[in-house]
Design a protein around this ligand. Structure first.
Ligand SMILES: O=P(O)(O)OC[C@H]1O[C@](O)(CO)[C@@H](O)[C@@H]1O
Ligand SMILES: [Mn+2]
Length: 448
């Protein structure tokens, strides 16, 4: 079928998402369109490939019955790919997962004009695809607990070991800082290391293993010019002006190198008495390929503890000890993070999560997907300040740490935009361009 014929059939508009509209694959020249048309089918195909490749190992681990389950799942993923590529309406979810009813209520309430892959809000379409894959496994007898992205996450972790080592060594050298100024300087560096950590994401690479190579601290200087918006000073003030008896929350994104940098930043906060507790909110089901699940979190601490190098072993022991002492807390069991809801809906849809975030003095939202959820997946006018774009979402002080993977102009102030245009020709082609934004909610930080 000719592409134009397809476009006509799916009612695709030949243009980019208009300002103030929701991002959607409906607009042919948008990154959302490229994602739904090209990236998501590739991610589905990669799941099928890895299941076929690992078939024997899976059967060895999950029993003979897993062979039939694998066959069913592979067939169902192929069907899902067909549904996606032919823009079928979203189906209700089967199965008994905890969040199934909420998801179905959400799907049933979608207007008829926005409930298929190319017509829906991009956030909804993308989340729905990952959630459908999960239900296929949930319906099996043997593979309900199987994480079909785990192999890739582990491989990416292993590929980053050298960077972990370098980061920990540098961090150990610097840990002993004493003065407030030195502390602030180290915080600034760790925030940047953390921000860069978000580059390593296995969904943007289509599931291909990408790991952090080279010395992360050394790379910082060259990367500085790519930072679009930087409120580190406000974030530091927000933390450093307290008595340290505060909770800091991470709404986590990717496992592997990024989680490692989250743990380093959290370690810094605890070991310098800047926070009494750091909580990590993670996903309950395999999500956007590399997102952290409780199992990934525990596995990461264990792998560090068992590392061949003493530096990483010591770190692993210290971090695990923080769990024992309650300085770190893994928050699991919450399905809101894998719902299609944006964060503005949190207070009404899941007040318990909102109340929990309110206990924290600062919440750090990691990554591109969380950023999109903060902004409601809307293509904001670039001049709209972050604090307006997050609308009524005000649980506490907020910080968003994100490398820009989706539409990049939404968070730029005009002056930044102008200077970045020299480097970035247009729209979604910036997918491989490294850009950062480091946002805090200035209004919330100043106590509004
Ligand atoms: O891991 P992160 O930072 O949330 O980014 C992942 C996501 O970024 C996007 O490319 C754009 O939002 C998604 O399509 C992708 O899967
Ligand atoms: Mn992610």
């Amino acid at each position: 079928m000719e592409i134009s014929e397809l476009d006509r059939k799916f009612n695709i508009i030949d243009g980019d998402t208009p300002i103030n509209e929701h991002l959607s694959a409906h607009y042919k020249r948008s990154f959302a369109h490229y994602t739904v048309k090209d990236r998501l089918p590739v991610i589905l195909t990669r799941i099928i490939d890895s299941l076929s490749r690992e078939k024997e190992a899976i059967i060895a681990g999950y029993g003979e019955e897993a062979a039939d389950d694998l066959k069913d799942v592979i067939g169902n993923i192929s069907k899902l790919k067909y549904e996606l590529q032919t823009d079928k309406k979203f189906k209700l979810l089967d199965g008994n997962d905890t969040d199934q009813e909420e998801w179905n209520a959400f799907l049933e309430a979608l207007p008829d004009t926005h409930n298929s892959y190319f017509s829906a809000v991009w956030l909804h379409a993308e989340c729905y695809m990952y959630r459908r894959v999960r239900s296929m496994f949930e319906e099996t007898t043997t593979l309900r607990e199987f994480d079909y992205f785990r192999r890739q996450k582990k491989d990416a972790f292993m590929g980053s070991l050298e960077a972990f080592q370098q980061l920990t060594e540098k961090f150990n050298e610097k840990r002993m800082v004493k003065t407030r100024d030195e502390l602030r300087g180290l915080f600034r560096q760790l925030m940047r290391v953390n921000l860069w950590g978000n580059r390593i994401d296995l969904s943007i690479s289509g599931g291909k293993i990408v790991s952090q190579c080279g010395d992360p601290f050394e790379a910082l200087g060259n990367l500085e010019e790519y930072i679009l918006a930087d409120d580190t000073a406000a974030v530091w003030d927000c933390i450093a002006t307290t008595d340290g008896n505060i909770i800091v929350d991470f709404v986590c994104d990717n496992a592997g190198y990024e989680l490692f940098t989250d743990l380093c930043l959290a370690d810094f906060l605890i070991s310098h008495n800047l926070a009494a507790k750091v909580r990590f909110h993670v996903k309950m089901i395999p999500w956007f390929v590399s997102d952290v699940t409780p199992e990934d979190f525990r596995w990461t601490l264990d792998a560090l503890k068992l590392s061949v190098t003493a530096t990483l072993r010591d770190l692993g022991c210290r971090l695990s000890n923080y769990i024992e002492t309650g300085h770190f807390e893994l928050i699991e069991g919450e399905y809101f993070w894998t719902s299609p809801r944006d964060f503005c809906e949190m207070e009404s849809v899941k007040p318990s999560v909102h109340r929990m975030l309110q206990q924290a003095h600062l919440v750090i939202f990691k990554g591109d997907l969380n950023y999109r959820k903060l902004l409601g997946d809307i293509k904001w006018d670039p001049t709209v300040p972050f604090v307006e774009a997050i609308r009524t979402f005000r649980p506490t002080n907020l910080c968003s740490l994100r490398t820009v993977k989706a539409d990049w102009w939404r968070d730029c102030h005009q002056d930044v935009l102008k200077s970045s245009q020299r480097r970035i020709p247009s729209g979604w082609r910036v997918v491989n361009t490294v850009l950062f934004s480091l946002h805090s909610n200035r209004a919330a930080l100043s106590g509004l």
